[in-house]
Design a binder for this molecule. Structure first.
Ligand SMILES: [Mn+2]
Length: 428
């Protein structure tokens, strides 16, 4: 964690300019927007997007990995990195674990460790896309041909047991949700039967759902392809919805922004899932071609804005309480800098969506005034709301300029000193 006094010292040189920017924007919004600057700042102070434990290390591609140094060696060190991130952004108050990449021996101690640093545990992620000796009977079973969809009953049972164990671990950590993303699928036409695979997954998810405590949620996360390149069992939002509905009342769909075929209208998918009460949460990232895991908002910021417009629509003017999480893999940048930028992008889209004149938009829609509707959306989207984000961070004890502050405090150099240049995060 970065000392609060050090952050306020770094904020000092930005404070005058920020106050002027916020003042200017407050006057403009009062004149032009449906929401005041004060309301947006309050909403941003409350907002938190979880950071994934696997994104604080350097990700790679199948062509290699270029470690940055000082990468977390343990789950505790991943928590330290997220605590550092949160001390700067004041909006990453939870970490999402991936099991067994993260498999603490003493969950109570880990919970205590994280909570003392202001970090709680977001949705747990079960991993059945690779063989893990602890969950595949020490190598006697393999997920090579799938987990919940596998043709062998013993493998399906091992995958179910693993998910139940992840729930139990999450309970000990204070988490409230399980996210199930499955690599299960088919690489070669004819290799397996589409319907049989889907029925196996449905049965497995029902069993896992029955293991959820009363106050838990389960999220089904779809993805069109990769690592299965011909057919994936849970390949689109329709399959995800069928699985969530079949699994039970605590199941809903998780939308990963990179898990759609090119040009899919993700905001419309969000609208549909929210309409039927099965929208569970998000994995934020951005992409140009496929599951590129690029910095959120770096490629399609307008899409991100339109998604938040649908969320505000679903919440009748405010953001619904869903699981909001970043899911990215960083190959070139310092992972923490990239998470700062992604967190900022999510906040910008949220703030801009709050500015939309919703009653004016409804009026334009009912009058079939497409021009007016576009004016209203563009007016919100073109507003530079960054001063409101900076002000929200400042009020919550974070940094006005978080990337600069991160560099000035020398966090990366300090963790390289402590953890070494060759440290590797578990799971990477
Ligand atoms: Mn994801």
């Amino acid at each position: 964690m970065i000392d609060r006094d050090r952050i306020s010292e770094l904020n000092h040189s930005h404070e005058q300019a920020l106050a002027e920017d916020v003042d200017y924007l407050a006057h403009r919004l009062e004149r032009e927007a449906a929401t005041s600057a004060a309301e947006v700042i309050d909403a941003l102070v409350e907002f938190s997007v979880a950071a994934p434990s696997w994104a604080v290390g350097t990700g790679g591609t199948r062509f290699g990995r270029f470690p940055i140094g000082g990468e977390p060696r343990t789950t505790e060190e991943k928590v330290d990195d997220v605590a550092c991130l949160n001390s700067l952004t004041a909006s990453n108050r939870a970490i999402s674990l991936h099991v067994p990449w993260d498999d603490p021996d003493d969950p109570a101690a880990l919970k205590e460790y994280a909570n003392s640093r202001g970090i709680s545990f977001d949705a747990m992620n079960s991993n059945t896309f690779q063989d893990n000796p602890s969950t595949t009977d020490d190598g006697n079973l393999t997920y090579k041909f799938g987990s919940l969809a596998n043709s062998e009953k013993a493998v399906r049972e091992a995958a179910i047991e693993h998910n139940k164990a992840v729930i139990d671990l999450g309970v000990a950590l204070g988490s409230r949700a399980l996210t199930v993303w499955l690599a299960d699928g088919i690489n070669h036409p004819g290799q397996a039967d589409h319907r049989t695979q889907f029925e196996h997954v449905t049965t497995g998810l029902q069993e896992i759902h029955d293991h959820l405590p009363d106050d838990w949620q389960m999220y089904t996360e779809h993805k069109p392809y990769e690592p299965a390149f011909y057919a994936t069992v849970n390949f689109d939002w329709g399959s995800s919805l069928l699985l969530a509905e079949a699994a039970g009342p605590k199941a809903s769909c998780l939308v990963d922004l990179g898990h759609h075929l090119p040009n899919a209208n993700i905001e419309q998918i969000v609208s549909r899932l929210a309409m039927v009460g099965r929208l569970g949460g998000f994995h934020f990232n951005d992409s140009k071609y496929g599951d590129d895991d690029l910095t959120t908002g770096s490629i399609k910021p307008f899409q991100l804005f339109l998604i938040f417009c649908e969320l505000i629509r679903a919440g009748n003017g405010s953001l619904p309480s869903l699981a909001y999480m970043i899911d990215q893999s960083h190959n070139i940048k310092d992972p923490l800098e990239d998470l700062i930028q992604s967190t900022e992008a999510v906040g910008i889209a949220y703030a801009q969506a709050l500015l939309v004149d919703r009653s004016g938009l409804t009026e334009a829609q009912e009058g079939n005034d497409a021009t007016r509707a576009q004016e209203l959306l563009q007016s919100a989207f073109r507003t530079d709301v960054r001063p409101l984000l900076a002000e929200a961070r400042r009020r919550a004890g974070g940094a006005i300029s978080p990337v600069d502050a991160y560099r000035l405090v020398g966090y990366r150099a300090a963790v390289i000193e402590e953890r070494g240049m060759a440290s590797v995060a578990t799971g990477l």
